[in-house]
Write a protein that binds this ligand. Sequence first.
Ligand SMILES: [Zn+2]
Ligand SMILES: [Zn+2]
Length: 630
Amino acid sequence: HGVPITIRAMQEKTTPEEIIKKYHEMIKESFKKLYIEFDNFSGTHREIHFKLSQEFFLNVVKNGYTIVKEQEQFYCETDKMFLPDRYINGKCPKCGYEYAKGDQCEKCGTTLDPTDLIEPKCAICGNTPILKKTKHWYFTLNKFEENLKKYLESKSDWKPNVRDFALSWIKEGLKDRPISRDLNWGIPIPLEEAEGKVMYVWFEAPIGYISSTIEWAEKIGKPDEWKKYWLDPNTKLIHFIGKDNIPFHAIIWPATLMAQHGNWILPHNIPANEFMNLEGEKISTSRNWAIWVDDIANEFNPDAIRYYLCVNMPETKDANFYWKEFQEKVNEELANAFGNLVSRVLKFLNSKNNGIIPSLDNNNLSTLDKNILKNLEEIPQTIGELLEKFEFRQAIRYLREIAFLGNKYIDETKIWTLKPNTPEFNTKLYISTQIIFTLGLAMYPFMPASSKKILKMLGYEEEFIQSIKWEDIGKINIKEGKKISENIDPLFTKIPDEAIEKQIKKLKESATKEHVEIDATDETIDIEYFKKLDLRVAKVKEVYKIPKSKKLLKLIIDVGGIDKQIIAGIGEIYSPEDLIGKNIIIVNNLKPAKLMGETSYGMLLAAKDSKGNLSILTTDTNIESGSKVS
Ligand SMILES: [Zn+2]
Ligand SMILES: [Zn+2]
């Protein structure tokens, strides 16, 4: 129910409901592509959630944890509404940027209050808003300072960065926080005197964890089942979040739960991650400095993506997604270590033993044999403990270690020099097979598709994997005499340089440059400089959409009798029919540039306003194409 959704709805000329429906489905699909499953993938725009959030609010009021404050807030008389911070534009008092928003100036980064803005304007209609009195319900967070401090201090097993960050917040003193705001999108405050007011997202969103559990319990036909989780002190409630969410989950959310005076459990642990950056820069979806799950999952093995993200997880400090490093990890670790081990063993089995798993001679095990078997036995314990401590990076690195050990075992036993059908050959081959069998089982939570693939080639179905308890995977021996599959597929294929270079290029080309306004008074140019620009009138002849791009259109234009191709980022505003036959203004002597594989031999001129509206430049009368503009 955040303001970004209403703003997005305004931009896409639709309703907030449509926006959340659309993105809910998209996000769900993205998770699926990376083999991430949910018992219940819910949302907060549901009746069950409205009801529970309103109950929570009323309890907070009843138990004396709210105060009502009256204040002045910007109100637009044209749109008949109070304006949230981001609905107000104006001049930044610090740097003078014309289009600063009510909460922040994007140019200089200063955090702002709407009343700080010089000449504030309504972002919807552009008129000047007035200040109008309104009242709001505030959550008296400071009443929980002592209890929160005790709670956090008892969490000695938390990541130090998470706990210290939360404690430092308390040390600075907790301030009253408005629960209500004037907006028509969100969960209504269930009080008569609060008409037109809804809850802030920070208050109701985490309650979604509970309402989703209730929804799930109803779906499975056991409507009370959710209580087993939320009201049982033995439940371990874990929140997997990013560090920007720490205050909400470690302070505000526990306080909301405490304020209920019920039996709600509190978060057991909050293993927040630091940030994952991209090629050394902060990820920004608005600048398109990002990798979209859909794109990457379509082009690369999802297990490889999971592996790289896990082995490189920003558990204790910020990490980076580097395309080159991704390639390196896939080629050197997944293909060479995991993949090679599996294919070596399976090929031996097929070529030297008719695809039959040999028998193990337990009485003649070497130290090397015994050591490797012990290593396999210890996998569930070792990895299990790491996962319990949220050390995912170490856990997957341990798996990688097993793959290295497996390759080493084959190298050291020189299995290819042994005579088939001898007890020694059989034992070594059996142990090699056991290595990939146990490794395959242990990979299931990390790389499920590859795990299934290994087990399948060994003749086991997914149900078999699912029937095994994690703690038992080190104890189960692969069946002697079993026939394996004759079709041996490589587990991971290497990523060629071209594929990675293509991604880096795509990232750099599609990222928009930081939005920087040049103030005319800052820098003047002389007429000679301007004359270097060859601006021309051109006539649009043909227009094509560029596949996979919403923004880009390919235009074939006539410039004084010469046909030219240009690529323009106006596809979201203009359709091909709008453009054909129109006069446009182009920069004729711009260096050719490639966009999404298409070359642009010039640039079309268009104007863009602060709301993102775009309008192409044209001529007042129908002047000859190729005419010079000056
Ligand atoms: Zn500024
Ligand atoms: Zn307005």
